[in-house]
Write a protein that binds this ligand. Structure first.
Ligand code: TXA
Ligand code: MG
Length: 326
């Protein structure tokens, strides 16, 4: 049985106790729900991969209550300090060299010499991290390759019965994962667009490398960021992007005034607001997938989302959702 915990002092204390005992606890963050384990216990970390059905080569992000505790485990350079000052707590993950004294289990970093660290922005989550007193490794709390969860109910759909508890802190306000920025090379490189926009990052550290092509993604998958699978975040039904019309036997993920004639419609943002659309994205994919299966629809058509600000992260997730399945 998976316990559902309220984010009050007793719930947080119990969640922390479970984590310290090596159990898996899912918790809300501002981006998506994370599936947490004590990052210093390799066995607990291994349970994450098992519960998710996740390939072992895929490294995890470690979560900390503040920059000071994060930088005790990785070598922070001046860019990292400036970014931490500007974005933490918040949806930016920094990839930095591990310190030799770093107690995080190697499995959490998939054996890499770098570690991804982040300070999430949610009062309950920060309280939990403080009480645990250890880094918490947490990928998104979904089965590998499926849509990321933005509510406790989503977590239970995929992982109910496989994990000890979920700390229910309500729906995630940002709704897409953190931006992952590699600071180990000659200049910052955006490995994954996410909740912190590229424009905002560049305002702090100047030009950021980005733009992983499918070919480069193949290489990146084994080198820099093994988690950048091409087909990822995939619903069961096929996904068709930039739809300009929609058939009666298709579901429609709408952005702005919906195209007429769909068999089912989920509105990301009627007003065409990217922040609202990001927060609704994974819920919308899940809802249409479920509805489409009930009605026997053949696929999900997605209206175009502008490629700016949070639109980058939204389009990245949609492209993965529509990529050929292997
Ligand atoms: O918003 C988020 O980041 C959520 C919440 C729970 O914090 N977490 C999340 O974790 O999305 P996950 O495991 O689903 O994605 C982590 C990403 C993957 O693309 C992984 O390859 C990359 O970060 N990553 C982790 N460690 C890395 C490292 N040392 N070097 C390069 N990429 C790394
Ligand atoms: Mg994920």
């Amino acid at each position: 049985m998976t316990e559902i915990l309220r984010p009050d002092a007793a719930g947080i204390a119990h969640a922390a106790e479970l984590l310290r005992a090596g159990e898996l606890v899912a918790f809300g963050t501002e981006t998506v729900y994370g599936l947490g384990a004590d990052a210093t216990q390799a066995r607990a970390v291994a349970c994450i991969f098992e519960a998710k059905g996740r390939p072992h080569f895929n490294p995890l992000i470690c979560h900390y209550p503040d920059a000071e505790s994060a930088f005790a485990h990785v070598e922070a350079n001046p860019a990292a300090r400036r970014l931490a000052e500007a974005f933490w707590p918040g949806p930016l993950t920094l990839v930095l060299p591990r310190r030799v004294t770093c107690p995080v289990a190697l499995l959490a970093g998939a054996g890499l010499e770098t570690l991804a660290v982040r300070v999430p922005a949610q009062a309950d989550t920060l309280a939990l991290l403080r009480v645990v007193g250890r880094p918490v490794a947490a990928p998104s709390a979904n089965r590998s390759g499926q849509v990321s969860p933005t509510t406790a109910a989503h977590v239970l759909e995929g992982l109910g019965g496989r994990i000890a508890a979920v700390l229910d802190s309500g729906p995630c306000p940002v709704g897409v994962e953190s931006s992952v920025l590699d600071l180990t090379g000659p200049r910052p490189f955006l490995l994954r667009p996410g909740g912190a926009t590229c424009e905002a990052i560049e305002a702090v550290v100047g030009p950021v490398g980005r733009g992983i092509t499918p070919a480069a993604a193949q290489a990146a998958r084994t080198l820099r960021s093994p988690g950048l699978m091409v087909s990822h975040y995939a619903p069961t039904l096929p996904v068709r992007l930039a739809a300009q019309d929609v058939a009666a036997d298709e579901a429609l993920l709408a952005f702005g005034p919906p195209l007429p004639g769909a068999g089912a419609v989920f509105q990301l943002s009627a007003a065409g607001n990217l922040t609202e659309a990001a927060a609704n994205l994974f819920t919308g994919l899940r809802a249409l997938d479920a509805e489409g299966q009930i009605q026997g629809l053949r696929g999900i058509a997605v209206m175009a989302v502008p490629e700016s600000g949070l639109g980058l992260a939204i389009n990245d997730r949609l492209q993965r959702a529509s990529a050929p399945r292997s």
